[in-house]
Ligand binder design. Sequence first.
Ligand code: SAM
Ligand code: SF4
Length: 341
Amino acid sequence: MDIAHGSRHEAEMIDPFGRSIEYLRVSVTDRCDFRCTYCMAEDMTFLPKKDLLSLEELDRLCTAFVEKGVRKLRLTGGEPLVRKNVMHLVRQLSRHLDSGALKELTLTTNGSQLSRFAAELADCGVRRINVSIDTLDPGKFRTITRWGDLSRVLEGLEAAQAAGIAIKINAVALKGFNDEEIPDLLRWANGRGMDLTVIETMPMGEIDADRTDQYMPLSLLRARLEQQFTLNDIPYRTGGPARYVQVAETGGRLGFITPMTHNFCESCNRVRLTCTGTLYMCLGQEDAADLRAPLRASEGNDLLSQAIDEAIGRKPKGHDFVIDRRTNRPSVPRHMSVTGG
Ligand code: SAM
Ligand code: SF4
């Protein structure tokens, strides 16, 4: 079928709960040049390089999803911009933007490599990106990322804005670390024309810290922010799970991602692919489908397409994340960097 002009109805993937799956997130590498304390342990064992899909295989897989109705593709990781030759993949995928089959190609990045790649990303049709910054204090930034340099990230932001890319800042709200700083982060981001989204920390993978100490319910954060700001709920959506408010005092937007206090599984439209070709139908469940074997089994896409249909047919209703003192094990053993945030 000509995916640019073919019937959308034909290409739709519908899961058992009637949700249309239009959004694919791809973790192009589980490696990273940072070690954020809530995301990774300092000493990580990464996937063996030999298990990685090549960039050509990743392109083939993404293309199969686009042909099956995916309209939005997000590259993530690990840090997507540390994967060797990743721009080759971005350039390849941009043909689906040109054809009109894909509505949006985007990425989530820690920003460390952005100044190098911003212009090329824009040239490939990337219009919006998410950059993760949890604090604007260089010392605290180094503490939370273990290895990160805030000034490089800020240079990256400037390069992306100069290239015409819209930026959303992601911050994980961490009790006693940056919760007091969120008002400043909000004024800073909105003051530079960037949205800010705050995220509840999720119990994924073993880390060195205790998540119960870090966990900050966003209902509490919102109540605190409302003492300083007028937050008006708005229907704005970007295809992700964030719920947005317009901030009267800054004129900008603030998003809340609340997997713990209020999950939005009923409207989940996405699945996640790892760099080894494993498809996770839910961030918070272990069930997964291996797409690497059907991908490699033949040059045609029939087996792959069948495997994708079977996987979508098993998409669960939702996750069961819990963070409390009795449950001090992660809800899922894999780190966020494997499936991509
Ligand atoms: N390296 C890129 C980055 O940091 O933006 C992309 C991958 S990172 C895993 C994607 C997002 O997940 C980041 O915004 C990060 O802060 C968030 N994240 C990582 N671990 C998390 C956790 N346990 N709970 C909630 N968010 C997490
Ligand atoms: Fe790397 Fe992103 Fe995880 Fe931080 S949150 S360690 S930048 S993958």
